[in-house]
Write a new protein. Structure first.
Lengths: 116, 112
């Protein structure tokens, strides 16, 4: 069984550019969440996708957007990059069967984004 | 809304000593609680989780945590530290259908 994978591993962009990060969820997992982890801090929730729709969002501006595809893989897009966007971006997936049951999520290794 | 507070951004212990990492949570509904470990340049690995079953939860690598509702705590312990335990540890809270909120993390250093 393949776990959560993310690409690319590292990325360097300049301020004002746009970036797309990709995540392949674990087999059978229909829910994907994205987190931003700045250096020396805990992960911060960006948003969650379930059945190709965003169904939860943290305190991030609209220039952070995402997509989920029919195969449950996902993209995180960030427009107009700022220096403070430099961070490790983590993707996590889990199966959602019923809302009254919590299913554990599994994390990918992350994409390290550096904005110069 | 739920949140967690990790007390102590850095904990240092000697090899073989007790490890105690502190976490307090805030939640208006029954929470799910988690401890994750992160090694340098890696993602998060689940150590253990509390999902309203037994209050004493045993995890991987000899770690365990006890859910104490009266103290709103979920502290992580290990009886005897090993050099390989040196890493960043994160406490997290979630509720049914909701996202996960992480603490700021505690860096554990193990001295020989």
């Amino acid at each position: 069984e393949t776990g959560v994978t993310q690409s690319p591993t590292h990325l360097i962009k300049t301020r004002g550019q746009q970036v797309t990060l990709r995540c392949s969820s674990q087999s059978g997992h229909n829910t994907v969440s994205w987190y931003q982890q700045a250096l020396g801090q805990g992960p911060q929730f960006i948003f969650q996708y379930y059945r190709e729709e965003e169904n939860g969002r943290g305190n991030f501006p609209p220039r952070f957007s995402g997509l989920q595809f029919p195969n449950y893989s996902s993209e995180l897009n960030v427009n107009a990059l700022e220096l403070d966007d430099s961070a490790l971006y983590l993707c996590a997936s889990r199966p959602t069967t019923r809302r009254d049951i919590y299913n554990e999520q599994f994390f990918g290794p992350g994409t390290r984004l550096t904005v110069l | 809304a739920q949140s967690v507070t990790q007390l102590g951004s850095h904990v240092s212990v000697s090899e073989g000593a007790l490890v105690l990492l502190r976490c307090n949570y805030s939640s208006s509904v029954p929470p799910y609680l988690f401890w994750y470990v992160q090694y340098p340049n890696q993602g998060l690995q689940l150590l253990l989780k509390y999902t309203s079953a037994a209050t004493l939860v045993k995890g991987i690598n000899g770690f365990e945590a006890e859910f104490k509702k009266s103290e709103t705590s979920f502290h992580l312990t290990k009886p005897s530290a090993h050099m390989s335990d040196a890493a960043e540890y994160f406490c997290a809270v979630s509720t049914k259908g909701n996202d996960m909120r992480f603490g700021a993390g505690t860096r554990l250093t193990v001295k020989p």
